[in-house]
Design a protein around this ligand. Sequence first.
Ligand code: ARG
Ligand code: ASP
Length: 715
Amino acid sequence: MKYSKLFLLLFVTQFYAQQGGMWLPNMLKGDRETEMKNLGMKLTAEQIYSVNKSSLKDAVPQFDGGCTAEVISDKGLILTNHHCGYDNIQSHSTIEHDYLTNGFWAYKLEEELPNPGVVVTFIVKIEDITSKVLENTTSLTTEADKQKKIQENISNLTKSLPKETWQENLIKTFYDGNQYILFVTETYKDIRLVGAPPSSIGKFGSDTDNWVWPRHTGDFSLFRIYADKNNRPAEYSTENVPYKPKHFFPISIKGIKENDFTMVMGYPGRTQEYLPSFAVEQIVNNLNPAKIEVRDAALKAQDRFMRKDNAIKIQYASKYAAVANYWKKWIGETKGLKKSNAIAFKQKFEKELTEKINKAGKQSEYGNLLSDFEKNYAEIKDYALARDLFSEVVLRNTELLQTGYKLYQLEQLLANKGEQAFTDRKNNLAKGIDAFYKDYNNEVDKNVFEQLIAIYANRMPKQFLPSTLNNLNANELTNDIYTNSSLTSLEKFRALLDGDTNTVINKINNDKGYQLVKSLADAYVKNIAPKYDELNLKNIATQRTYMKAIMELSPKSARIFPDANSTLRVTYGKVKGYKPADAIYYEPFSTLDGVMEKYIPGDYEFDVPQKLIDLYNAKDFGMYANSKGKMPVAFIATNHTTGGNSGSPALDASGNLIGLNFDRVWEGTMSDIYYSPEICRNIMVDLRYVLFIIDKYAGAKNIINELKIIKKEKK
Ligand code: ARG
Ligand code: ASP
């Protein structure tokens, strides 16, 4: 009994030890490839990434800067999440054509909808250029000089390294400044909407289910890349033709089992896995709680209006979802960091590192790292809180202050760059502000403001609070501003910007709303930002040396993966359930049965379209049912993902598409700071559900016919 338990423990540790991490696709050969094969992969590293031959990476572009997509047909059809296409689906929506509510399907190429400004970026080549970036920097003694030279080298190399005229060079740092990598990219600019399910499928469960397993969301949308006649990037034109990809993913509907190998490719945005304990402690106890409080209040205020008024619901849907997303994530992250004792774990790690430093006789190089961190983080504490409050309240969650801040930047521009720059920006602002006011409601924002300005005054360390907020009467200030400020409507805003430079400067400085923004922004720019930046720069330098020490003093076999930085990565693992809490076990698959269990007629989060109910009742699942005759919806695995991985392809052992990544589980949301393989899981829509919705629900056979579908072998 005892032996078998020990064996099990060893087995489990071994199994999990091979997972976690987001790896660069050009660096898989060797240990990573071996691990992947041990986990069941049948591909070679060369098939995933190759410069000369088409490889999987050619089918995985970044979608519009923040998400991932994958190419699924030879006509440039791409799949991403519903929440990644959400802004575009929303911007095509009106009360009459409400694609958010009802979905949208193009049954012919001509019906596809263009999305000005949306881009899709492919990676052509990845190359380590660390030595080039660090050239002539070793002799420089101060950190500031070093950074300046590095930036200079980067900007020169970006221009001079070879590439085709339609390509771009992008240089990114890895391991906190210990490595520099070049990405040669191609960015396509004519991206059209092809299909989106109704929100009652694509956003089923909405914010209640967000970051939660078990999940039942069909979180997908379809776009198409258009190129010029030479298959190269081009601005939108009716002459453009569907893009011919170097690779596209076949879709396997053969079915998946627990413990099957999966890998996810995509563009994870930001992780901080190597933060010292002092930093994690501040996130848990100071920064996250303050940000959560601000967003909590903003969301409650907006929600009251959105529930009563459908026009407001459409106006605020996308903004609300984005704010709610990280609000909830921070709550889960804070809980998870506490429950997993992340701070104690980091402290233990730091103690061990210190021992290694001493043992290696590296005290002069690395001996002060942790005491430096401790001192810096103690000093930066109030500044970091002030900075987060400013950015959450002024820049992010109160719309009037947000627009006011644009005018603040405009006035600064006049002071720093002169009148021509001022006039250009002023004209752009007057032109571009339509989209902002289209989705602005004065009553809603007024309610948000009243709450948030009170929190600001209350939470802000007193030394940073401008006199305008001393003895604040939030209600009075709110009424005054939202009655008298010209920032409250498009017409008044335009009028504010009308006239010559002096007139405009006078007008804005007489505006109540602007006056408040200016006092807040001045306090930030003068009293908070400079000191924050100075201390932060110290932390960045310490972090770089700390990372260097970790890499140098860990055994060769250690799995030290670089933090996410919005570059293409590969993560791999297995389909697996998990234990979220004592006495509970979560299975790794969900089905349409669960959609029906959660169904609440007419509810804004859990309504189900009649047609889906009919298909469910008729068990009309076609070839997409699982082996038990049920309709699969979502599944989870041990892939290490983060924000930006949304829309990422989940691939089987042979590189076929089986899932579409869209989220993580609640108990594992701390994975950006502390990844624990026992409990961190990524959530994917099963591709069988995606195809079922396209085929049976939308009747879009035109789309199904474009795909390469790998079916079960008939016996
Ligand atoms: N949590 C997922 C991610 O971080 C999905 C977000 C979109 N869904 C939502 N209900 N807001 O992006
Ligand atoms: N939902 C996230 C995204 O949009 C993915 C995640 O954070 O797991 O990228």
